[in-house]
Design a protein around this ligand. Sequence first.
Ligand code: NAP
Length: 265
Amino acid sequence: MSLSIDMSDKRALVMGVANARSLGWAIAERLLEAGCQVGFSYQGERLRGELEKLTAGRPGTWIQQCDATSEEDLSALFQRVKDEFGELDFLVHAIGFAPKAAMDGRFIDTTSDDWNTALNVSAYTLVSAARHAEPLLRDGGSIVSLTFQASQRVVPKYNVMGAAKAALEASTRYLAVELGERQIRVNTISAGPMRTIAARSIPAFAMLYSNAAESAPLGRNPTPEEVGNLGLYLLSDLSTGITGQTVYVDSGASIATVKAPAPQE
Ligand code: NAP
């Protein structure tokens, strides 16, 4: 497939790339291919080397540490955005975390500390990042985050992350209304299961992965490239009429419970 989008006059901030398998990276790669300048933030110094390798030799890129739950780090990050770019066109939020204990046990036993951590990191940071981005975003800008269908249906062991993703999706709608006045759009991508570092913390992920593939109308899970393509589409002017939406790239798994039988010969 060949499709060319020229984003050489665009500037993006991508928050939450741990390595080449990260969904944030899948979107960033598409932006870079389109000529967009991209700044990246990472949580801990542990990840700096990985991101340095990924961005090496890519003009227009820069990286900065930012714990998205820290107002101080966010202020420093968006000051860097201002210094490097002046203005911003796109914000990609690819951040999620829940304490392991909250996903191992029963949902009913979720502690308030674990609840607060999961919702703070995985949902509130979209709101706070959007607030810091707002004065820098050009009219017509676009914000994209990543969610999972456990927000709508019960997925075993996803527990408090299901509640966090529901909060993220609701926040997407509220932000879309407030930022819509300036034609700034806010959408979230509901991706099928992918083998990333974050996925490793989900107990029974292997079963979740194979069940989703089996029940999906396409008979497989989506690829990171397909997530990247949707990200590019939602950020670009190809999707100017779309905002406040949860858009699925899951090979159709969310609309099916059981894979349809193969047609009889
Ligand atoms: P990933 O590569 O592990 O990326 C998650 C990123 O979130 C990591 O870079 C992580 O940094 C960062 N992060 C966690 N807490 C943070 C904080 N306080 N401040 C800043 N960054 C923080 O995994 P991923 O699967 O690509 O996750 C990206 C998004 O996609 C998440 O929202 C996830 O829920 C969503 N998603 C994933 C799947 C899937 O199956 N993988 C499916 C649907 C949606 P550290 O490594 O330093 O903690």
